[in-house]
Design a protein around this ligand. Structure first.
Ligand SMILES: NC(=O)c1ccc[n+]([C@@H]2O[C@H](COP(=O)([O-])OP(=O)(O)OC[C@H]3O[C@@H](n4cnc5c(N)ncnc54)[C@H](O)[C@@H]3O)[C@@H](O)[C@H]2O)c1
Length: 345
C-alpha cells in the first residue's frame, strides 16, 4: 500500500492504513519529501519519497490512496491505474466531471477498484440514517436541510461549494432510496472578502419525488454548525454532529393533513391539519472512526472485486451536481437540470 499526499488529510490515511490488519503501508509519497518524513517520524518502516514513479514501479504495491489537491487527482490516479494499482481517491473524485468520467472508464477497462473517500458515508450515524430512510421508518422523504459552516480554510484552487458540499452531496447520494434522484440544482454564492471565489454558498436541489434538499456551506462563520435535518412523512431526523450525546435524534413529530382529496385544497387545509407531538428517541451509535471502516471497505472491495459503497460512480454523481452548481452560480442562480444522458442543461 502507498499513500500519496502528506498534507492536512494524508496523515489520517497513513494512520488508518498503518493500523489496518488488511494492509501494510510501504510508501508515503509527497512532492515535499520533508513533509512525508515529518509525518512518519524517525522510527517508521514506511519509506518517504517524492518519486511517484518509484512507488508505482514497486511490484509489492497493490493499492494506492491519493490525498493530493483535487486538481492533481486525474494525473496521479491515472498513473496509478496505468501501473495496475487499485486506487482510492480523496473527495472530490476529480476537478471536473469529464476528468471523473476518464478515471471511472480507465478503472473499469483495467478491472481495478476505484473508490472515492466519501468519509461521512462510513460514519455510524450516516449508516443509521441510511437504514432509517431505506427501511421506510421515516416515511416518504420530504426535505433535507444541511448546514456546514465555520471559520474554514479559504482554499486556493476551489470555492466553498467544491470544498465542503461534496460531504453533503455524498451523504445525500448515499441515503436516497433507490430511484430517487436529484433533477435540478440552483446555487447562490458570494465572496465578501475578495478571495476570488465564493466563500459562502447555498444549494437548492429538487428531487425526482418533489422533495427538496438545501445545503448551506460557509467558510466565514465564527461559529461551527454541523446540522442536518431529514424530514419524512412519519419521522424527522435531526443529526447534530457536534453533539456526541445526541448526535442523532428521531422525532415522532410532524404535521399531517388527513383529509380526502375530494374536499379540495382549501377545505382540507382548514379542517384537517393535525400536529403529531410524540417522543424523541436518540439511538445509541457505535463510536468508530469512519476512516477505519472506509479502509476495511477498500480491502474488501480489492479482495472480492466488488465495487465499494462509494465507488468511482458515486464520486461521479457528486461531481455532476457540483458542475451543475457551478453553472448555476455563474448564471446568477438559475436552476440547472441534470439530464438523464449524464449532461446538464
Ligand atoms: N475526506 C475528508 O473529510 C477530507 C478532509 C480534508 C481534505 N480532504 C481531501 O484531501 C485532499 C488533500 O487535501 P489537503 O487539505 O490534505 O491538501 P494539502 O494541500 O494540505 O496537502 C496536499 C499534499 O499533496 C502534496 N502533493 C501535491 N501534488 C502532489 C503530487 N502530484 N504528488 C505527490 N504529492 C503531491 C502536497 O505537497 C501536499 O503536501 C483533497 O482532495 C481534499 O478535498 C478530504
Amino acid at each position: 500500500m502507498a499513500v500519496v499526499g502528506a498534507g492536512y488529510w494524508g496523515p489520517n490515511l497513513v494512520r488508518n492504513f498503518q493500523s489496518s490488519p488488511d494492509f501494510r503501508l510501504a510508501w508515503l509519497c509527497d512532492l515535499d519529501v520533508a513533509r512525508a518524513k515529518k509525518v512518519l517520524g524517525g522510527y517508521s518502516t514506511v519509506q518517504p519519497t517524492d518519486d511517484l514513479a518509484l512507488v508505482l514501479a514497486d511490484e509489492n504495491v497493490a493499492a494506492v490512496a491519493i490525498a493530493t489537491p483535487a486538481g492533481t487527482h486525474l494525473d496521479v490516479a491515472m498513473q496509478a491505474l496505468a501501473a495496475g494499482k487499485h486506487v482510492l481517491v480523496e473527495k472530490p473524485l476529480a476537478a471536473t466531471y469529464a476528468e471523473g468520467v476518464e478515471l471511472v472508464a480507465e478503472a473499469e477497462r483495467r478491472g481495478l477498484i476505484l473508490m472515492c473517500d466519501h468519509t461521512f458515508c462510513y460514519t455510524p450515524v450516516v449508516t443509521r440514517i441510511r437504514e432509517l430512510v431505506h427501511s421506510g421508518e421515516i416515511g416518504d422523504l420530504q426535505f433535507l436541510d444541511s448546514v456546514r459552516i465555520n471559520l474554514g480554510l479559504v482554499q486556493r484552487d476551489i470555492d466553498v461549494l467544491w470544498d465542503l458540499a461534496p460531504h453533503d452531496l455524498s451523504i445525500l447520494d448515499f441515503i436516497l432510496p433507490a430511484g430517487v434522484e436529484v433533477v435540478s440544482v440552483s446555487a447562490h454564492g458570494t465572496d465578501p472578502i475578495g478571495a476570488g471565489r465564493a466563500c459562502i454558498g447555498y444549494l437548492t436541489l429538487q428531487l425526482s419525488t418533489g422533495a427538496i434538499a438545501h445545503v448551506h456551506v460557509n467558510w466565514l462563520s465564527p461559529i461551527k454548525v454541523r446540522t442536518t435535518i431529514i424530514g419524512g412523512s412519519k419521522r424527522t431526523l435531526v443529526w447534530d454532529d457536534l453533539s456526541p450525546t445526541t448526535r442523532l435524534a428521531i422525532y415522532d413529530r410532524g404535521v399531517d393533513v388527513a383529509a380526502p382529496e375530494e374536499l379540495g385544497d382549501e377545505a382540507r387545509r382548514n379542517l384537517l391539519v393535525s400536529y403529531r407531538s410524540g417522543d424523541m428517541v436518540a439511538p445509541a451509535l457505535l463510536e468508530r472512526e469512519a476512516l477505519s471502516t472506509m479502509v476495511a471497505q477498500y480491502a474488501a472491495a480489492i479482495r472480492t472485486g466488488t465495487p465499494p459503497l462509494t465507488d468511482g460512480r458515486a464520486g461521479l454523481r457528486v461531481l455532476r451536481i457540483l458542475e451543475a452548481a457551478s453553472a448555476s452560480l455563474r448564471a446568477g442562480g438559475v436552476a440547472v437540470r441534470l439530464d438523464t444522458d449524464g449532461g446538464i442543461s
